[in-house]
Design a protein around this ligand. Structure first.
Ligand code: B1M
Length: 215
């Protein structure tokens, strides 16, 4: 398990190249990619989060650890995503306006791909107008929104309100998630589903889309 702990520690130190090399080495040595993700990368990022909160480290330090995280994720993606032949449906996914956090959103994208969805990733800082326009343009089944800041989570409601204004609310399954999001908040803004993690987001979406297509 030493290599997994080392990945976590290198991520905490922001050693992007070393994280990349070690994640690849762990893969080559046959470690389960979920273990590399959870016990290596995510566990390292959680330590970084704690230090950031206690103001022991600052934005540039977190940013470089996030870069290491995304480099590691890119290596794991093909292993975590075993895409089937048949498309389950389409999801338009993004981090809401004003919010630049994309690690969780990238994980959600991966899990959706793994569940057989076509993912249209709108990136970060996505406005309500863009969510709705893109969903219409590509014929999406699901609109997925991520937010990590208590100051940006309210922007999820803007998308839901815009859908209502345009008479499109019933057309899409609206899913939300991110560290500050709760079921109570989802109920309050009228989202269809809140899920606490990426894997359950993809499972829930698959179940709902298949049920919707069957009815
Ligand atoms: Co920021 N940041 N950050 N940050 N950052 C947090 C979120 C914070 C909690 C840190 C802290 O103080 N403890 C805090 C927010 C406090 C709050 O609002 N309550 C914070 C702050 C304050 C800020 C800035 C304002 C700091 C500043 O500038 N002074 C600033 C804001 C910038 C902006 O967005 N406008 C900022 C900036 C940054 C960086 C750029 C440096 C960097 C982001 C880099 C990047 O994403 N590319 C960063 C990071 C990395 C973090 C922490 C440390 C880690 C976030 C992360 O990636 N976690 C974070 C601390 C923390 O969360 N403990 C923090 C790992 C990721 C896998 O988890 O995204 O939660 P998460 O995703 C989970 C679930 O939430 C879920 O699935 C994933 C797990 O499977 N999920 C969904 C996510 N989206 C979903 C969507 C779904 C379903 C599930 O359905 C569609």
């Amino acid at each position: 398990m030493a290599i997994i702990e080392e990945i976590s520690e290198l991520l905490q130190k922001g050693k992007v190249k070393n994280v990349k090399a070690l994640v690849q080495q762990a893969v080559d040595e046959g470690y389960d990619p979920r273990v590399i993700l959870n016990d290596g990368l995510l566990s390292g990022m959680s330590v970084v989060g704690g230090r950031f909160k206690r103001e022991e480290i600052f934005v540039p330090d977190v940013l470089i650890s996030a870069r290491a995280m995304n480099v590691g994720l890119a290596i794991l993606e093909p292993l975590l995503v075993e895409v089937g032949n048949e498309s389950v449906g389409k999801v338009v996914l993004g981090t809401v306006k004003g919010d630049l956090h994309d690690i969780g959103k990238n994980l959600v994208a991966m899990m959706f791909k793994g569940a057989g969805f076509e993912v249209v990733d709108l990136g970060v800082d996505v406005t309500a107008e863009t969510f709705v326009e893109k969903a219409e343009e590509v014929g999406a089944d699901v609109i997925g929104m991520s937010a990590l800041l208590s100051t940006t989570m309210g922007n999820m409601k803007e998308t839901i309100e815009l859908l209502k204004e345009k008479g499109l609310r019933g057309k899409y399954i609206v899913m939300i998630g991110g560290a500050p999001i709760t079921q109570e908040f989802a109920d309050e803004i009228g989202a269809d589903y809140y899920t606490p993690d990426a894997a359950s987001a993809a499972e829930t979406a698959k179940k709902c889309v298949l049920e919707k297509h069957a009815s």
